[in-house]
Every structure is written in C-alpha cells, then in structure tokens.
Write a protein that binds this ligand. Structure first.
Ligand SMILES: C[S@@+](CC[C@H](N)C(=O)[O-])C[C@H]1O[C@@H](n2cnc3c(N)ncnc32)[C@H](O)[C@@H]1O
Length: 267
C-alpha cells in the first residue's frame, strides 16, 4: 500500500462518522434492489424539503401561489413541499429511477399539478419564462457546468422571477467531499492526493471527484458564478459553526469553514 494511502487511512481513524444516517443510505444504495433505498431517501428528502420551504418562506413569500420548478429534484421530497405552497410544481432530474418513485408517490397521495421529468442535464424541458420561481437545493455543487445551468434556469424564469438556492457543504469545508461515512477525516480531500482518497473509499485509484458528482465548488467560485450569471442578489447567508463564526469575514480562510450557502436571487 502506498504511503499516501496508508496515511490517509490512518487519518480517518482520528474521526468518528458525523452522519450515521448517511451510513445507512450508502449501504442501501449499494444494494441491487433500490426500493428500500428510495423509501428511506424519500423520507429524508421530505423532512429536509419541509424545512427548506419553511426557511425560504421566511425570506420571501412572493412565489406563493406561482408556478415552480424544482431543479435537481431527486425523488421529489422537496417538490411535494413546494407544491403545497404553489399552483403547480415541476421536478426535473437526471435520474429516472428517482423520478418514477416520485410519480408513484404523487399518485398514492393524489397530488395534482405536479410532474417529474427526466432530462440529460442540458436544456431544461420548459419554455422561456415558464416559471415564477426555481428552487435549487443541494444541487449547485453537483453541476459539471454550473454557468450553463444557471443560464438555463434564467431562461425558464419569468422576468422578475425568483431563484431560491441553497447548497453545502462547499468544497473547501472539512466535509466538502460529501463522503461522511467512508472518509470522515476533516479536509481529507484537500490534504491527501485524490488517488489515496479513492483507494480509502474503496474505489479504483483513478476515480475522480467529478465522477462522484463533485465539481469542487468553493464559496469564492460560487460568488464569481453568480456575479457573471446576470441574477440580482436579494439575500445571501453563509452558515458557519459558532466558535469560528468570525472567520466568515476573512477572505480565503472563510472558504474552509462555511458549511452552507442560502440565497435568494431575482431575474
Ligand atoms: C443531493 S441531491 C438533492 C435532491 C433534492 N434537491 C433535495 O434537496 O432533496 C442532488 C440531485 O441533483 C441532481 N442533478 C445533478 N446534476 C443535475 C443537473 N444538471 N440537472 C438537474 N439535476 C441534477 C442529481 O441527480 C441529484 O438527484
């Protein structure tokens, strides 16, 4: 075993798993039959989705009663919470197996004016100015071409429409690698070579972070993207652990501690 991999494995033993729930989800996801995974994942999304909607309602209520797009909806947990506040809701995602689960849930619940569409991640399957609001929750850091996705989101929003966005942890955070279970060590992804991280996770050494759906989105990169996007910022909040809260004002260093970005933009 290479020295870097050995050190990386040893480093993990200093930390405990910060998310046993993620552990269970990872194990269920690895199984051939995805039914148990989807049940658990959907339940988790529903709880998270309710909280996200409550949070955005506290920031802005203009979108209530409008037409909503849930960009990167997963199995639709958030989309159902959005639909309770809007006239209609469309969820789009890359993964059909999650969307067919969401459609089944809509049927079981008798929810109307909700739809789920699978697309390949390029052109959003909707007309220009089709929506009053777009939700983008925990998706930004998974986008290979976030500038192009933002341009698409802008296209389908009506003039004056809202983008309600949150994501985290960003790449610079101790858990920016989103691999809580198998790589619990803080900043492992920044301290060790990619190959050592992948081997520690149990993947081939040449696996990239991008293949795992992580595109190294730091807070600074996010700010540059949003400045170039043409959206007007109405609100932005950076969440950070209380003992190091003051670091959020220190350029460069703050990228290493901010755990979540919450923001509201207007087209
Ligand atoms: C972490 S999940 C978040 C799901 C949901 N928004 C939530 O908050 O519960 C990220 C989702 O984004 C989707 N995704 C990744 N790239 C995308 C793209 N270009 N367009 C739409 N969805 C995308 C993934 O398939 C995945 O379901």
């Amino acid at each position: 075993m290479a020295v870097a991999e050995r050190l990386c494995r040893y480093y993990q033993t200093w930390f405990s798993n910060p998310s046993p729930e993620a552990d269970e989800l990872v194990a269920l996801h690895a199984q051939e039959d995805k039914a148990a995974y989807l049940e658990k994942y959907f339940h988790h999304e529903v709880e998270k989705g309710k909280m996200a909607v409550e949070r955005f309602l506290g920031l802005n209520r203009e979108w209530v009663g409008g037409r909503a797009l849930d960009f990167g909806c997963g199995a639709g947990g958030l989309t159902f919470a959005i639909r309770e506040q809007t006239r209609s809701a469309l969820g789009i995602d890359l993964e059909e197996y999650k969307l067919s689960f969401a459609r089944q849930q809509a049927e079981l619940r008798g929810t109307t004016d909700i739809d789920f569409i699978c697309y390949p991640g390029d052109r959003i399957p909707a007309a220009d100015s089709a929506f009053d609001v777009v939700f983008c929750v925990d998706v930004m850091e998974h986008l290979p071409k976030p500038d192009e996705s933002l341009a698409e989101i802008r296209r389908v929003l009506k003039p004056g429409g809202l983008l309600l966005l949150s994501f985290g942890p960003p790449w610079g955070h101790p858990h920016g690698k989103h691999t809580w279970t198998r790589l619990p060590g803080w900043w492992t992804h920044l301290l060790f070579p990619q190959s050592a991280c992948m081997k520690t996770i149990g993947l081939p050494a040449d696996t990239t972070w991008e293949q795992l759906g992580l595109h190294r989105l730091t807070v600074s990169k996010f700010e540059r993207l949003m400045r170039a996007s043409g959206f007007r910022q109405l609100y932005r909040q950076y969440n950070i652990q209380r003992p190091v809260k003051w670091l959020k004002h220190v350029p460069g260093v703050r990228d290493l501690f901010i755990s979540e970005v919450v923001a509201v933009y207007r087209k």
